[in-house]
Design a protein around this ligand. Structure first.
Ligand code: AMP
Length: 216
């Protein structure tokens, strides 16, 4: 049976960083809805242009196109063993759609690590974040800068600040998270799938707790 892990938490909590580490150590595919939108934008697709109009405002891209994009992505061969879903689902409708589509793959959501942090920390983290152009590797100007300024350690591509990582947009994204995504915390807690993890700890510590929850 395939394994599906949903990473839940506000923007800046460390979902992306942890998803990249977890994907390596579990050999599961890393599926980031935000990365998929940014890839579409880079390739100037219709979906990319549509997504940009919402992303720039810190709002969510409509459910129907987001759900379709994820369905297409997890149907690909590299997701046969399952996936680490980073940034999806973000609304109750997306969570229901996910459940339905995973039935088609004879799987279900196995674990939901919920990474938390206080709002001031989230803003500091997201607004200091730098992202690599080629593969979305994540850095922080203060806490985790690349070895050479402006260059990704892993693939040598340029690192840049996402438009939606500006302080004002980050604040809006946190509000949107509280309104639209928070209900999923209760949803997965009731389903007995939630593993709450303090995201203010060191990156290694968060990873350790996620792996321990996964073993259980
Ligand atoms: P992220 O990279 O996860 O921070 O996502 C960046 C932006 O992409 C979000 O602020 C949304 O505009 C959009 N986005 C990412 N995932 C979703 C989703 N599951 N549903 C709707 N919009 C999303």
């Amino acid at each position: 049976m395939p394994t599906y892990i949903v990473l839940l938490g506000p923007p800046g909590a460390g979902k992306g960083t942890q998803a990249q580490i977890l994907a390596k150590s579990t050999n599961l595919a890393h599926v980031s809805s935000g990365d998929l939108f940014r890839e579409n934008l880079k390739n100037q697709t219709e979906l990319g242009k549509l997504a940009k109009s919402f992303m720039d405002k810190g709002e969510l891209v409509p459910d129907d196109v987001t759900i379709k994009m994820i369905r297409d992505r997890i149907s690909r061969p590299d997701c046969e063993a399952g996936a680490i879903l980073d940034g999806f689902p973000r609304t109750p409708a997306q969570a229901t759609a996910l459940e339905r589509m995973l039935l088609d793959f004879k799987g279900e959501v196995n674990l939901v690590p919920y990474i938390t942090a206080a709002e001031n920390i989230l803003v500091e983290r997201a607004s200091g974040r730098w992202t690599c152009r080629a593969h979305g590797h994540i850095y922080h100007e203060k806490f985790n800068p690349p070895k050479q300024a402006g260059v990704c350690d892993v693939d040598g591509s340029e690192v840049y600040q996402r438009d939606d990582d500006k302080v004002e947009t980050v604040a809006k994204r946190i509000r949107v998270y509280l309104e639209q995504t928070m209900p999923l915390v209760d949803y997965y807690r009731k389903a007995g799938k939630l593993a709450e993890i303090d995201g203010t700890q060191a990156v290694e510590q968060v990873t350790k707790q996620m792996l321990a929850a996964l073993k259980k």
